[in-house]
Design a protein around this ligand. Structure first.
Ligand SMILES: Cc1ncc(COP(=O)(O)O)c(C=O)c1O
Length: 326
């Protein structure tokens, strides 16, 4: 039985009346001044919709669970029998993770219709590769759009679907990564504004001579005299250790490489190319600084992962600021 964690808290937006349902209005400016080691996520109606959506999913049910596989009597035990839970049926069109297969759809439809505690509002499905496989995506859409929705809502678009297939005739969309202002398709990145920034500060600065080694394991050896800054962030904050000798950060709008191994609470960066700075100077791990931007996707590329994992890794000890009108 799927648990609540199987739900993706992806906000749902009504696609009409905004023709392309551009997510642009929901992205707000990055915050400019935050305390050390902080993450900020600009909030918006989109974020609230996400919360509302989750609430909506949980309403009335002791065990919110998407129905998957074969239709069977629905295990629906409402806390309050006067309440009726709105629900959407998920059709499996090729992701093969959740959802009912097309051949079982009618049966599930009847079961939902018969359940007095459920009110069927719509149908949905999920693209498996909308960012990389137009053929499979087109086939999934064809299979989904072939179903009779009896005038109810239907939705399928994730971020990649929304950006690359603006004309697909859905009633709602479910962008995830695009709400953070990151495009799964690089060609659309310029249309989005990154909403999340992650910042810290320099805590210590020293000059090291040519040949000096840095951090645990002495994996970095200075090729010449360098100015090195210690920054208050490490894998204890969720910074991938695989960024050792690979990642980069911004100081005064200039890219500075992470040198040596990422440690639990600190990293070392080479600030030799930056004009002299003092301790407490802001360091941007993700975000904007003096017109220069580091995207979560840049960090993900350096860490050999995807932006979702970068965000999910940021730990609770990092203060998070949500800017409602940032
Ligand atoms: C069912 C469902 N809808 C929408 C999304 C959002 O996807 P994306 O972040 O690619 O926009 C996800 C993400 O995993 C999902 O599982």
């Amino acid at each position: 039985m799927p648990t609540a964690t199987d739900f993706n808290p992806s906000p749902v937006f009504f696609k009409k009346p905004t023709a392309r349902c551009s997510a642009a209005p929901v992205f707000r400016k990055l915050c400019s001044s935050v305390p050390p080691r902080s993450v900020s996520l600009s909030s918006s109606s989109a974020h609230l919709s996400g919360q509302k959506f989750l609430k909506l999913l949980k309403i009335n049910s002791s065990s919110p669970c998407p129905h998957c596989g074969k239709p069977k009597p629905l295990p629906w035990k409402p806390h309050d029998k006067k309440k009726i839970a709105p629900c959407h049926i998920k059709l499996n069109t090729g992701m093969n993770r959740l959802g009912v297969d097309a051949r079982d759809l009618l049966e599930l439809f009847s079961l939902v219709q018969e359940n007095p505690y459920l009110k069927l509002e719509g149908f949905y499905s999920h693209y498996a590769s909308a960012d990389s496989d137009p053929v499979l995506t087109g086939q999934q859409w064809a299979d989904f759009s072939a179903i009779q929705t009896h005038g109810l809502l239907r939705h399928m678009d994730n971020s990649a679907g929304l950006l690359s297939r603006p004309d697909s005739a859905s009633d709602m969309v479910r962008p995830g990564i695009a709400v953070y202002g990151i495009s799964p398709l690089p060609k659309f990145q310029k249309e989005l504004r990154p909403a999340l920034s992650w910042k810290s500060r320099i805590t210590f600065i020293r000059e090291v001579s040519k040949g000096a080694t840095l951090s645990y394991g002495a994996t970095f050896r200075a090729p010449r005299r360098l100015r090195v800054a210690t920054v208050a962030v490490g894998y204890g904050d969720g910074l991938f250790r695989s960024l050792s000798n690979r990642g980069q950060v911004l100081v005064q709008g200039r890219l500075c490489p992470i040198v040596g191994r990422v440690t639990m609470d600190q990293i070392l960066i080479d600030i030799s190319q930056v004009s002299p700075v003092v301790e407490e100077t802001e360091v941007v791990l993700i975000g904007q600084q003096q017109g220069k931007t580091l995207l979560a996707s840049d960090m993900a590329r350096d860490a050999n992962t995807i932006p979702y994992e970068i965000w999910c890794h940021i730990t609770d000890r990092v203060p998070k600021l949500y800017l409602h009108h940032g």
